[in-house]
Design a protein around this ligand. Sequence first.
Ligand SMILES: [Zn+2]
Ligand SMILES: [Zn+2]
Length: 305
Amino acid sequence: MIAKSFLVQKFAKIPLGAHTVIGYSVAGEETAVQIPELNVCFDIGRCPYFALTSDFLCISHGHMDHIAGLPYYLSQRFFQGMKGGTVFLPRELQQPVDAMIRTWRQIERQNTPYTLVPMEPGQLHEVRRDFGIRALATHHGGGSLGYAIISIREKLKQEFFGKPGHELAQLRKQGVEIQYRTEVPLVAFLGDTSAGPVFDQPDVQNAEILLTEITFFDPDHKQKAKAGKHLHLDGFVQLLPKLNNKWIVITHVTRRTAIHRARRALAKRVGEEQMRRILFLMDFEGAREAGEIDEVGPPIADTAE
Ligand SMILES: [Zn+2]
Ligand SMILES: [Zn+2]
């Protein structure tokens, strides 16, 4: 008999307005979240197959459950004739990750193409004229970063409303600034983080979709949250009033807490009205629940995750 959980790894697929959140995220096991419409994947986990199609990859930090699949992602894209992946990562990780990829090139005896873009907190990398990626300092140690995907729009200044096109073109030729720039945060992803100033960032508070971790929910897990620099339910409840997001998607829940229990604990604290905009990434049919891990693996260890 074949254990059915080994046949296909299931993942979430959540349509939210103009975007879709595709992903898999369990603390200490694997986190990879893709927004296909934006051509971006946040963290790469063990490189689930859906992640391969994103040209841009944003790595939040160096824990294995977030970065293990990076060489596979790059190599497999090359193997399948796709262009080299572009990988955004904390500046602190550039050197060791570059060395790792070069070592893999030697091991595989193949010139896997790749581009690393080292990022600093606050830096905006303009991918296109109308689309950028901003790095945000998170609170998980070792230069961890979150990322916001920004839509950049040029808008006509009000004083030029109603002017015919040829006049506007003339003004532009004369060097008059007829437009101003606006930024709209579409999606923010925080990777692993404890509570802190990142939740005061306008991109985080106003992104249409916020992807944030809440690793721990049980009252006895507060110490674990503190030690691992993760969010606990109590911390999230305090942060929620300042978050204006249309949707908040919770990632990185520990296997120690079943998703239905985590959802109930959160609903009890924030009320059903708030729960209309809060979703759990791993709340889908066929996702393994806490407890099942005991049947397939060793006990959950307290290592960095
Ligand atoms: Zn993690
Ligand atoms: Zn971590």
